[in-house]
Each structure stands twice: as structure tokens, then as C-alpha cells.
Design a protein around this ligand. Structure first.
Ligand code: ZN
Ligand code: ZN
Length: 389
């Protein structure tokens, strides 16, 4: 198996780091312990520069190659945060913090990038510079955006960026990605409808907010069916519907709908707020009600650069991964998108085997994936910035 032999030797050590992170999960931007250990290890490995507090609690490590004739800079990214879930795996190194757990495998991502950092600091077998990005708050806090907004790409002159996530259901040793959109954008909306409350037996004296809001829900689904290009996948879901009536004989005065919109096409995404607002306002006006639409923009579409994907696929094959370079996109979102908006690059998945899905209390990262993930990170660096023979 052509994984880099050094990672077979380092596996027990990297696994120990992973289990330690797993025992001590931290949420959102509060990844102080994790970030502290990451920074300490990067210094111990001999990184040329270690910067803490980027994007609040993010950590950046810089490793210079044996040569720097290329002037090229490649960034590799891992996420460090856990989820507010109570762990049910029963493993010996389970979370020691009730109500928090590494249920998305970010403990594995951080450990694999640290493993690659240790190897790259030892070997320096590349012509250029590697920038390691350890970000906080991937799970809904836009930590990737915080690091980009903090100027990480310009400050370290990054040319290309690569990120990796584990994939439950994908066999160990397999590698999956695609050029173009890989994961959907995720925006949320609130629609507050105000009619005129009244007696259930006298609807003609009221404006029935429940009925108006119901018409809005039905009409919103026509947007995906009739306005969206059929080749551009969009999901619109109304997740909650609440009114201020709590009795059978009261017509509600106000109703609140909340929902999410997922898109795989950035241009289609840009039009969704206007479409939803127009439908909600039009329906409300038709029935004599008023409406307020509040838009909460979330993570953008994860768009992989086609050339970067080719490089990633070549690197994955070279370290013995079984590659699917044209997988189907998926609708969950990912905040690596902000880094891909800032620089060309690729997001990839490596197999986590037959485990529970991410965000499940029985999910666990599979340590057998570690040598593959580390080898991929190291190989992409050595391949994109080869030392002249
Ligand atoms: Zn997650
Ligand atoms: Zn994740």
C-alpha cells in the first residue's frame, strides 16, 4: 500500500492526539484547549511560524520547504470544533464533557493535519511554503469566514487551499470529490404574517392569519417547481409554523414561519431571497394581511476549482486511495466555502467506513483513516511544489 511509510510509524502517536481531543470536545469559538495544543505541537515540530488568535481562536502554522524558488504557497485546512450532542459511543476515550462531543470527526481532521505538519516539518521535501489553517466554529459559527475576514489568505500569500472531511458510508481508503459545486449553500428565513385576530365563528370580521400563512407555505414550494432552472438543484423547507392562537375558537392574529433554502448554484441562490419575499408579500396583500420577511444568510455554495480537483485526485491516487473524482453533490453545507471563495482549491472526502452518520450520538471517527488523510495532505504539497531533481 503506497501510503507514506512515515505515517504508519506515526499512527499510534497521531491516534493518541485524536483520542485526547475526543475526550475534551469544545464548541464553536471556545476551542481554547484544542487550539493551545495545536499551537504547542506546531512549535514542537519546528514550524517556521505559529500564529494564534486568527479569526478569534484559529491557529496558523507556516512550514517553509527545502527550497523556495517557486514562491508558491499552499494552504491545508482542518476544523477543530465539536457539537452540542451527548455522546453514546461507549468508547474508552469518550467525551468527558456532558452534552458535547466530537460527532463530526473534527478531532480526526485536526489530528491528521497535525500528523502532516509533523512529517512536512521533518522532510521539507518541497519547493515553496505550506500554511496550515486550524479553524474554530465550523458547526454554524462561520469560523472559516472569520479567518478569511481576519486576512489569513492575504497575510500568508496563499495561492491554493485544500480541505478534507471524513465520509461515513464511504469505505476506508476511498476518496471522493468533484469539480464545481460539492455542497449546498444554506440560508434561513423568518416570515412573520399579521392578519386580524378574532372569533372563530365570525371569520368575516377577521383576517385569518393561519389561512394566509398556509397559502404562503404552499406558494413557496412553487418557487422550486416553477422559478428555479430544473437543472439547478434547490431545496426549500419550511421547518416551523407557529401562530399566537392556542384555542380552537380563536382566529390567530400573527403567524411565524421559519425555513431553510439550500442551493448548488450561486446565481440561483442570489435570487431566492427576492422570490420568497415577493411570494410572501403578494399572498399576504391578496388576503388583506401584512408580512415581514427576515433573511439570515448562511454558508455559501462549496465550489471546487476544476484544476485543483485534478491535482487532488492525482495526489490521492499516488498514495493508494481509491478515487471517485465525480461524485454527486450533497445538500448539507460547509464553511470551507468561504476559503474557496477567497482562493481556488478543493474540498475532498475520505472514507470513514460503515459508521453512524456525522452528528449522530454514536458517530465516531475511524482511526484507520488517519494514514490516508495524512498521506494525502503531504502528497498534495510535494506534488504541487516539487523540488527540482
Ligand atoms: Zn458537522
Ligand atoms: Zn464536519
Amino acid at each position: 500500500m503506497p501510503i507514506k511509510n512515515r505515517f504508519a510509524e506515526l499512527l499510534p502517536e497521531i491516534t493518541e492526539w485524536r483520542h485526547d481531543f475526543h475526550r475534551h470536545p469544545e464548541l464553536m469559538y471556545e476551542v481554547h484547549r484544542t487550539a493551545g495544543i495545536v499551537a504547542e505541537k506546531l512549535r514542537e515540530f519546528g514550524c517556521d511560524e505559529v500564529v494564534e488568535g486568527v479569526g478569534q481562536t484559529g491557529v496558523v502554522g507556516v512550514i517553509k520547504g527545502r527550497e523556495n524558488g517557486s514562491g508558491k504557497v499552499i494552504a491545508l485546512r482542518a476544523d477543530m470544533d465539536a457539537l452540542p450532542i451527548h455522546e453514546q459511543t461507549g468508547v474508552g476515550y469518550a467525551s468527558e464533557t456532558p452534552g458535547a462531543m466530537h460527532a463530526c470527526g473534527h478531532d480526526g481532521h485536526t489530528s491528521m493535519l497535525l500528523g502532516a505538519a509533523k512529517y512536512l516539518s521533518e522532510t521539507r521535501n518541497f519547493d515553496g511554503t505550506v500554511v496550515l489553517l486550524f479553524q474554530p466554529a465550523e458547526e454554524g459559527g462561520a469560523g472559516g469566514k472569520a479567518m478569511v475576514d481576519d486576512g489569513v489568505m492575504d497575510r500568508f500569500d496563499v495561492d491554493e487551499v485544500y480541505g478534507m472531511h471524513n465520509g461515513p458510508g464511504i469505505p476506508i481508503g476511498h476518496f471522493v470529490t468533484r469539480a464545481g459545486p460539492l455542497q449546498a449553500s444554506s440560508d434561513e428565513f423568518d416570515i412573520i404574517v399579521t392578519g386580524l385576530g378574532g372569533h372563530a365563528a365570525e371569520p368575516h370580521k377577521a383576517v385569518d392569519t393561519t389561512l394566509v400563512a398556509s397559502q404562503i407555505v404552499v406558494s413557496l414550494h412553487n418557487i422550486v417547481a416553477r422559478n428555479v432552472d430544473p437543472l439547478n438543484r434547490v431545496v426549500l423547507t419550511v421547518g416551523t409554523f407557529e401562530t399566537d392562537s392556542n384555542a380552537t375558537n380563536i382566529i390567530a392574529h400573527t403567524a411565524k414561519l421559519t425555513g431553510t433554502v439550500r442551493c448548488l448554484d450561486p446565481e440561483e441562490r442570489d435570487q431566492m431571497q427576492g422570490r420568497i419575499t415577493r411570494v410572501a408579500e403578494g399572498i399576504a396583500a391578496a388576503f388583506g394581511a401584512t408580512v415581514e420577511v427576515v433573511w439570515h444568510p448562511g454558508y455559501p455554495v462549496t465550489v471546487n476549482d476544476a484544476t485543483a480537483v485534478e491535482h487532488a485526485v492525482e495526489a490521492a491516487r499516488a498514495v493508494g486511495l481509491e478515487v471517485d473524482g465525480d461524485t454527486r453533490p450533497i445538500m448539507p453545507s460547509e464553511d470551507f466555502s468561504y476559503m474557496l471563495e477567497a482562493r481556488p482549491g478543493a474540498y475532498v472526502f475520505i472514507g470513514n467506513g460503515d459508521t453512524a452518520m456525522c452528528h449522530h450520538p454514536k458517530y465516531n471517527f475511524d482511526d484507520e483513516a488517519i494514514p490516508y488523510g495524512c498521506s494525502f495532505f503531504a502528497e498534495i504539497v510535494e506534488r504541487r511544489m516539487p523540488v527540482a531533481k
